[in-house]
Write a protein that binds this ligand. Structure first.
Ligand code: ZN
Ligand code: ZN
Length: 365
C-alpha cells in the first residue's frame, strides 16, 4: 500500500473539507480496517467505518460480528448497535460534532440513503456523496498484496490443471463447474471469486454463460473461466480447451485471440491508458474480421474484488500505473457456434507488465 490507506483517506477528508467519511463498501472497509466480514447483500451490512482526521476511527457493527471486529480491526474502536446502524450513527455524529459527512453513494441502497438523510438533517450534518474514492487507493498493490494475489493465481492454476486432466467427453458443464469449485475448497480457497463459467460449444457465445447439463463434445471449444479467493485476494483466469482435435475454425480463432492477447501484453506498461491497452487487442481481432464479435472490454483490475478499477476498455482514458493488477482477456463470440476467450492476470510495471500465470502459453497452437 506504500502509504497507509487510513492516512490517504484522512488526506482526502482534509482536501474535501469534510469532518468524517462513512465507509460501507465491504472491500473498502476491509482494506482500511482489516475487518474481513463480507455483506450477504447490500441490504445486510456487517458494519460501517467512520473515519475522521483526528478522532479514533470507529467500526460500527452488531453483536454477531463483535468478536471478529475486535480481533481484526486493529486501531479501530468497535461500537455495537442493536437498534440499527443509523440510530447509533446519529448519536456519534452528534457527539463528534460532524458537520460535513462523506458517504459512499455508490454502495448505499437508495432507501438507506433516504433514512441517512433524515438522520443527518436531525443532527445538522451535511451529506457529501463520494464515489470510488477508496477504490482509487486500492488500484496500486503493495508487496504484501501482490504476494497474496500471486498465491491466489497459483492455487487457481493448480485447480485448473487437476480438473483439466480429468475432463472427459460426456461430462456436463455443471459437473465440470462442481469439480472446479470442490477442488478449490479442498486446496484451501475460501470461495470461488465468482460463479465458475463452463461453456461448451454454442453456449460459449455467451460471455457470462451459466453452466448447463449439456455434455461436453469432441472438438468443440470449451470456455472455462474461474477464480479463487485466498487470504481475501482474488484470481481470475480463462482457458478455452478442446477435447480431441480442434477443427480448423476453432484453431484459427484461438490463434487470433492469442495474438490479440500477446499484442495487449506487449503494449501494457505504466503510462499507457486503459483505452490504449484495449485497442492493441481489439485491432488484431478487427483485422481478422471479428471486431463485432468482441463485445466486452479487454480487462479489469483484480484485488480484494474480482472486478475492480482500473478497467482496460475504450471508456478508460486514465493512465495505468506500476503496481496495478489487471486481466488481459480478449474473446471472440459467434452466436450459434460458440466462443473463445483467453484470460491472464498481469501486474503493470514501469517498463511493461509481468504475467502472473505460470501456464500462460497454455494451448498455444
Ligand atoms: Zn474471468
Ligand atoms: Zn475477468
Amino acid at each position: 500500500m506504500g502509504q497507509n490507506p487510513l492516512n490517504l483517506l484522512r488526506a482526502a477528508i482534509k482536501v474535501r473539507k469534510l469532518d468524517a467519511i462513512l465507509i460501507s463498501q465491504p472491500e473498502n472497509r476491509r482494506y482500511l480496517s482489516g475487518y474481513t466480514a463480507t455483506d450477504h447483500s447490500i441490504a445486510e451490512s456487517s458494519g460501517v467505518l467512520l473515519v475522521s482526521v483526528h478522532d479514533m476511527p470507529l467500526l460500527l457493527t452488531d453483536s454477531r460480528y463483535a468478536l471478529q471486529a475486535e480481533a481484526e480491526a486493529f486501531g479501530f474502536e468497535v461500537m455495537l448497535y442493536d437498534r440499527g446502524m443509523l440510530a447509533l450513527l446519529k448519536k456519534v455524529l452528534k457527539k463528534r460534532g460532524v458537520c460535513r459527512l462523506g458517504f459512499e453513494s455508490h454502495y448505499f441502497l437508495h432507501a438507506t440513503a433516504l433514512k441517512l438523510a433524515r438522520v443527518a438533517e436531525k443532527v445538522g450534518t451535511e451529506l457529501v456523496p463520494l464515489t470510488g474514492l477508496v477504490e482509487k487507493f486500492r488500484q496500486g498493490k503493495d508487496v504484501d498484496e501482490l504476494e497474496k494475489i500471486r498465491a491466489s493465481v497459483r492455487l487457481n492454476e493448480e485447480v485448473f490443471q487437476e480438473v483439466y486432466a480429468s475432463l472427459r467427453v460426456g461430462m456436463t458443464e455443471r459437473q465440470v463447474a462442481l469439480a472446479i469449485e470442490t477442488t478449490m475448497r479442498k486446496k484451501g480457497a475460501s470461495a470461488p471469486s465468482f460463479e465458475t463459467i463452463v461453456a461448451a460449444g454454442p453456449n460459449g457465445a455467451l460471455p457470462h454463460a451459466v453452466p448447463s447439463d449439456r455434455p461436453l463434445q469432441t472438438g468443440e471449444p470449451i470456455i472455462i473461466d474461474m477464480g479463487t479467493v485466498l487470504n481475501g485476494y482474488c484470481s481470475d483466469m480463462t482457458r478455452t480447451v478442446v477435447l480431441g482435435e480442434p477443427d480448423l475454425k476453432t484453431r484459427d480463432l484461438i490463434r487470433v485471440v492469442r495474438r490479440a492477447q500477446l499484442a495487449a501484453t506487449a503494449k501494457i506498461r505504466a503510462g499507457i491508458t486503459g483505452r490504449e491497452a484495449d485497442r492493441a487487442a481489439r485491432e488484431i481481432i478487427k483485422q481478422a474480421g471479428y471486431g463485432k464479435n468482441f463485445g466486452h472490454g479487454l480487462g479489469h483490475g483484480v484485488g480484494l474484488a474480482v472486478h475492480e478499477a482500473p478497467s482496460l476498455s475504450s471508456r478508460n482514458r486514465k493512465k495505468l500505473r506500476a503496481g496495478m493488477v489487471v486481466t488481459i482477456e480478449p474473446g471472440i463470440y459467434l452466436p450459434g457456434w460458440g466462443g473463445i476467450r483467453l484470460e491472464n492476470m498481469a501486474v503493470v510495471t514501469t517498463d511493461g507488465c509481468e504475467i502472473l500465470n505460470a501456464d500462460h502459453t497454455f494451448l498455444d497452437i
